[in-house]
Write a protein that binds this ligand. Structure first.
Ligand SMILES: C[S@@+](CC[C@H](N)C(=O)[O-])C[C@H]1O[C@@H](n2cnc3c(N)ncnc32)[C@H](O)[C@@H]1O
Length: 379
């Protein structure tokens, strides 16, 4: 799995448990990134649709979500990987730009990446193996990179792993069908073709940190379009273009974009991950989810009390406390029919690696109105 900021590695067991508790047969992972959440849902037997605007994420999702492992000849894959690994190194775009101008990879590995990437395009473009081979190359390159996990900068001295040889491994494919969509989240959920889901997991960006430029090396490796570049980080020239900007990375459009996605997604149980560095307040996110039915907030934090953040209310609806920040807190907002939300909270809280904090709020139809119905049920 590639290093990825915002990746939900620690939350995967929680999200998978929530999906199981909801009896999920059809799942949507709307900002799928590394696809690790989609993979867990698929491994549990759900038919998963994974969506992301990044080309590299689409390749990962075509491999881990859309490819049915049962259809892949493992011996053939091993042979092809061995053949690619044995190719003579050659100096190309990766070597020149990402190893000599910048220092993301050692040039010895850069030349091998160039050779393998060209061969994947020349020999396997259009074949079912294409995304699988690209995934193998991306993951191999990630294991020998010289960054701290972001492609905005590289280490002054080679990271020890950068001096190790590039090693192509077969991705661990999962049985069963699935769907990968490369596109904007809002446009995708508005499209009729995407269908209906039992469970949707939403993990959008919440601030100015753009995935397109943070992971421009993967974008270029996948597109293989040898773009013009700028700056010490050698970012793709199109990082500057408005088309590569996400509405989720603009303070002015983020909240509205998320509200529209939450309103439009056709799923019974919706879980939205919340980030404590977000421009958006948790209370605003809870408000967005209220129209979907019952709402609960599930948080894993030994230091702070999440009920306080969204407002602790007395039975009469009087706000009795709040806190200013929630550092180191993993938060999820669950919304949908009450039975599904309650089952999800129960299962998610039990699956977390830290004690869970839970707050729930009734819908506007509940006793006392929307805000007044908020109560802390456990924590
Ligand atoms: C917080 S990350 C998701 C991490 C993912 N859950 C994981 O565990 O790997 C947010 C993702 O949203 C994607 N993204 C940003 N803007 C988007 C948009 N408008 N539509 C779809 N995906 C978008 C980014 O490419 C990034 O992969």
């Amino acid at each position: 799995m590639i290093k990825y900021i915002g990746s939900k590695r620690r939350l995967v067991p929680v999200i998978a448990s929530i999906g199981r508790a909801a009896g999920t047969e059809r799942a949507l992972d709307l900002f799928t990134g590394t696809t690790r959440v989609a993979q867990a849902l698929k491994a549990d037997g759900a038919r998963v649709t994974a969506v992301d605007s990044a080309s590299y994420s689409h390749v990962l999702a075509r491999t881990y979500v859309a490819t049915d492992a049962a259809t892949v000849d493992r011996d053939e894959l091993a042979e092809v990987l061995a053949e690619l690994a044995a190719l003579p190194p050659r100096r190309g775009y990766v070597t020149e730009v990402f190893c000599e101008n910048a220092r993301y990879f050692h040039p010895d590995n850069g030349q091998r990446i160039d050779a393998v990437r060209d061969a994947i395009e020349d020999r396997y473009a259009g074949s079912a193996l294409h995304p699988i081979l690209l995934t193998s190359l991306m993951e191999a390159a990630d294991r020998v990179d010289s960054t701290t996990g972001l492609q905005m900068a590289f280490l002054k001295q080679w990271a020890p792993r950068a001096l190790k040889p590039l090693e192509l491994r077969a991705p661990s494919l999962i049985d069963g069908p699935g769907v990968s969509v490369c596109g904007d989240a809002l446009e995708t959920v508005r499209s009729v073709d995407i269908g209906d889901f039992d469970f949707a997991y939403l993990d959008p960006p919440y601030n100015q940190h753009r995935y397109f430029s943070n992971y421009h090396v993967w974008e270029t490796l996948v597109r293989w379009d040898a773009p013009d570049h700028y700056g010490i980080a050698c970012k793709r020239a199109d990082c500057r273009e408005p088309a590569s900007h996400s509405p989720f990375n603009r303070r002015s459009s983020m909240a509205e974009a998320l509200a529209e996605v939450v309103a439009a997604v056709r799923a019974s149980l919706v879980v939205v991950s919340y980030n404590d560095e977000a421009w958006l307040g948790l209370e605003a996110l809870v408000d967005m989810c209220m129209n979907r039915g019952h709402v609960a907030v599930l948080a894993f934090d030994s230091k702070r009390y999440v009920g306080a953040q969204i407002g602790i209310h007395s039975p009469r609806g009087v706000k009795v406390g709040s806190v200013s920040h929630l550092r180191n807190t993993e938060i999820m907002v669950l919304s949908g029919p009450r039975d599904l939300v309650e089952a999800g909270v129960e299962a998610g809280a039990a699956a977390g690696s830290a004690p869970a904090r839970v707050a729930t709020t009734e819908t506007a139809q509940g006793a006392g109105g929307a805000r007044d119905g908020l109560e802390v049920v456990r924590g």
